[in-house]
Design a protein around this ligand. Structure first.
Ligand SMILES: NC(=O)c1ccc[n+]([C@@H]2O[C@H](COP(=O)([O-])OP(=O)(O)OC[C@H]3O[C@@H](n4cnc5c(N)ncnc54)[C@H](O)[C@@H]3O)[C@@H](O)[C@H]2O)c1
Length: 427
């Protein structure tokens, strides 16, 4: 199958790099987003999200004239849907964006086209939600046009490289659809392209993230046990991982982001009667911010009125993505308890936080006048902080480290008292 023009719906962390990468291969790409601010920003040469190398990639694609930005689709050979799939407050999948993107394609789809859903979705979404919507065009999915699901598995911070190098799964609603999908990704993918059916491809993505969530939950429970039994969980994990068949993941303040903290719920919702382990793991990880606050309380003695500085808001190191971040939950539990919270997030200059929470413009501002400093995210900038630098810029000497980022001896010899998550024997 030949592709002269491809329409990418959703210009976020996934859609924008995908659209730009394809355009830079010389294929005409229409990037579509329903958010007018994003459309305007991109058209004016700006960028609405942070990802290393993305600005250069997008600018090259726009400058070549191969990428254009629009607020609605147009006729094309292929349509890629990369819109958000969050969940509602009750943890049920919110499929409104996928449905509306599929609806938006209906007037433009033609015989011989290919439609690919990339959004992470509950099992059978391609067959039970997307195919019936597209069939409203009068064309039959799988017969008149190809339809496939291809999960995105890139790591934020490394999206541009992984988009090209990662192995890719293409699940067609029939063999021909999988083959058409393979031809599309062959435009830019250097990784292996594995063909399967659409529901298997949907499950593969959900299983990968659920596997990680469950494994992080067990690491978090180990950290709680370590605190109770007076040992250092980080040391215990390092020793256990010397076993040739053991690979325990790292505990931390919880699990966030658009993927791992969300996707397992899609399985729990789809089959609640047979997913007790997955459900429990979610609850363990969601309760980890409270464990962090309990530790802060032990250090601060009294949360009410105490000045606490939180370093990092994003859900993982060196990215600006704060979606579902456990750090936000730590902020809100503390603020609720009357703690005077100051936050410093180097990758984000504006965030909607509770009224009484201060978002500091710089690290120096954040730490100047505080009682407890809490390391919540292992941003490189924080890990590289010298104890002597911190000592010179704050009178605070109480540190809480939730990510095992600060080696205790260096800090304690500078006069800090450091409390690490998952460590029952404190230095
Ligand atoms: N971000 C990641 O690292 C990552 C990794 C793997 C999978 N995913 C999955 O990929 C999908 C997209 O994620 P993302 O991080 O790019 O989301 P995002 O929120 O960064 O971007 C999605 C974009 O889609 C736009 N949009 C919403 N409805 C639309 C519609 N009907 N038509 C056109 N545009 C629309 C939004 O305005 C937004 O700009 C999600 O299902 C996510 O779970 C994300």
């Amino acid at each position: 199958m030949q592709f002269e023009k491809i329409c990418v719906l959703g210009l976020g962390y996934i859609g924008l790099p995908t659209a730009s990468t394809i355009a830079n291969q010389g294929v005409q790409v229409i990037g579509v987003d329903v958010n007018p601010v994003i459309v305007d920003t991109l058209r004016n040469g700006g960028l609405h999200l942070h990802e290393p190398g993305l600005r250069t990639l997008v600018q090259a694609a726009l400058a070549s004239g191969k990428l254009t930005i629009n607020d609605k689709p147009e006729n094309a050979d292929a349509f890629i849907i990369a819109v958000p799939t969050p969940f509602y407050g009750n943890k049920q999948a919110d499929m409104r964006a996928v449905k509306s993107a599929a609806e938006a394609i209906v007037p433009y789809i033609q015989t011989g086209n290919l439609v690919i859903l990339e959004s992470t979705s509950p099992p059978r979404t391609t067959l039970d939600i997307v195919a019936p919507i597209l069939a409203k065009s009068g064309l039959k999915p799988g017969e008149d046009f190809y339809l496939a699901y291809s999960p995105e598995r890139v790591l934020p911070g490394q999206i541009l490289r992984e988009l090209i190098d990662n192995a890719r799964v293409i699940g067609g609603i029939n063999k021909e659809s999988a083959e058409a999908g393979k031809a599309l990704y062959a435009i830019f993918s250097r990784g292996e392209i594995i063909m399967t059916d659409s529901t298997t491809a949907e499950m593969v993505k959900l299983m990968e993230n659920t596997y990680r969530d469950v494994n992080i939950a067990v690491a978090n429970e180990f950290s709680r046990l370590a605190q109770r039994f007076g040992i250092d969980v980080w040391e215990a994990i390092a020793i256990a991982n010397r076993h040739p068949r053991v690979k325990i993941l790292q505990p931390g303040p919880g699990v966030g982001g658009h993927c791992i903290s969300v996707d397992p719920w899609f399985l729990v919702e789809a089959a609640p009667d047979i997913t007790p382990l997955i459900h429990t793991a979610r609850k363990v990880n969601d309760s980890q911010p409270q464990v962090v606050v309990d530790l802060i309380q032990r250090v601060a003695k009294e949360l009410k009125g105490c000045r606490v500085t939180l370093l990092g808001l994003s859900y993982k190191p060196d990215v600006d993505d704060i979606r579902e971040s456990p750090a936000l939950e730590v902020v809100s539990i503390l603020a609720e308890a009357g703690t005077l919270v100051t936050v410093y997030e180097p990758f984000k200059k504006a965030v909607d936080l509770a009224e009484n929470v201060i978002l500091a413009p710089s690290l120096e501002d954040a730490i100047r006048n505080t009682d407890v400093i809490v390391l919540l995210v292992a941003h490189t900038q924080f890990l590289e902080l010298e104890a002597s630098y911190l000592a010179d810029h704050t009178r605070c000497r109480l540190l809480v480290d939730t990510v095992n980022g600060w080696r205790a001896p260096e800090w304690t010899s500078t006069g800090f008292k450091i409390y690490r998550l998952g460590v029952g024997k404190q230095a």
